[in-house]
Ligand binder design. Structure first.
Ligand SMILES: Nc1nc2c(ncn2[C@@H]2O[C@H](COP(=O)(O)OP(=O)(O)OP(=O)(O)O)[C@@H](O)[C@H]2O)c(=O)[nH]1
Ligand SMILES: [Mg+2]
Length: 302
């Protein structure tokens, strides 16, 4: 093994909707973490591995930082917590457009997380494609530098890829010399079931509004890989109330059919093989505030 090889864990942290998952996908050059226009899309850690001739960077995407109002949000923050002190480097993502327009680049939940981080912190000042007056960026960088002891600040656009190569190079250079932690052709440590459930959830998030996305969870109940023919996947979309179940199914099943079709297409792209996808909608009353339900869904509840 090359003695100059660098490898380590990099945590992605930031407020909801700032573009953490988009940035991870852009860096990896492939979609691994789901992205929607709505905040609180990511609920669990998502590991994405960047492999190169002299490096293996293990990025860990996390849910957006917030003050939890119900138990699921609390579990999401526990998920962030479990990553916070288990990485070599922290990559804090800040929405440049929002920071420029509100004049507040480090809101309370972010500041609170920063106080707990013991690793060096690199900032990705994201969404610069939305900042019309690029002259606003320098004062913003200046404010950030005065406000916190960041290692380096990189203006980027996770959407267009602008500035991301410089960011990645700087990250690699800050990692310790270490042999790779994972086989160098591996992209994640999570299994296909996880990604399939996430893709379905992304479609639900994109299609529905108000409380529905936040009241929904997706569980894979059957997953059969077949040598011949399509893989068979059966998933349940859990909701909190019967009225939500009816909305997700839609008139004559139109809505659920559309979700199924779009999810299946994307699952096939992800798995590189055809699948048969079956969706059912189930009511699990108040699941997002129920510790037993959340534990059964694999969330950490203390
Ligand atoms: N214009 C623009 N939009 C972006 C950029 N990065 C992300 N977005 C958009 O911002 C929205 C949120 O992106 P996500 O990647 O889901 O954000 P996140 O930080 O992972 O959000 P949570 O998982 O909810 O915490 C999506 O609509 C993205 O397309 C960017 O650089 N420029
Ligand atoms: Mg996300």
């Amino acid at each position: 093994m090359n003695e100059e090889f660098r490898s380590g864990y990099v945590g992605l942290f930031g407020l909801p909707n700032v573009g953490k998952s988009t940035l991870l996908n852009q860096i990896l050059g492939t979609k691994i973490s789901i992205v929607t226009k709505k905040p609180q899309t990511t609920r669990r850690r998502v590991l994405g591995i960047l492999n190169g001739p002299d490096h293996q960077v293990i990025f860990v995407d996390t849910p957006g930082l917030l003050d939890p109002r119900y138990l699921l949000q609390k579990a999401m923050m526990s998920e962030v917590q479990s990553v916070l002190n288990d990485v070599d480097l922290s990559l804090v993502v800040i929405d440049a457009e929002r920071a420029a327009s509100t004049g507040s680049p480090l809101p309370a939940p972010l500041r609170k997380a920063l106080e707990q981080i013991s690793t060096p912190v690199v900032v990705a000042l994201n969404k610069i494609d939305l900042v019309r007056d690029k002259g606003e960026l320098l004062p913003l960088i200046d404010t950030l530098q005065k406000d916190w002891s960041f290692e380096e600040i990189f203006p980027v656009s996770a959407l267009t890829g602008d500035g991301t190569q410089e960011l990645v190079r700087a990250i690699i250079d800050k990692l310790p010399y270490h042999p790779p932690f994972y086989p160098t052709d591996q992209l994640s440590d999570q299994n296909e079931r996880f990604f399939v459930a996430e893709i379905i959830r992304e479609k639900v998030f994109s299609y529905f509004h108000q409380e529905i996305p936040y009241s929904t969870e997706v569980v894979i109940v059957d997953y059969q890989e077949r040598e011949q023919g399509k893989d068979f996947i059966s998933a349940e979309i859990l909701v909190e109330r019967d009225s939500q179940r009816r909305i997700i199914i839609g008139e004559k099943g139109k809505a659920i059919r559309q979700i199924g079709q779009h999810a299946r297409q994307e699952i096939e792209l992800f798995l590189h093989r055809p699948v048969f996808l079956e969706l059912h909608v189930k009511v699990r009353e108040g699941w997002r505030n129920n510790p037993t339900s959340l534990r059964a869904l694999g969330y950490r509840i203390h």
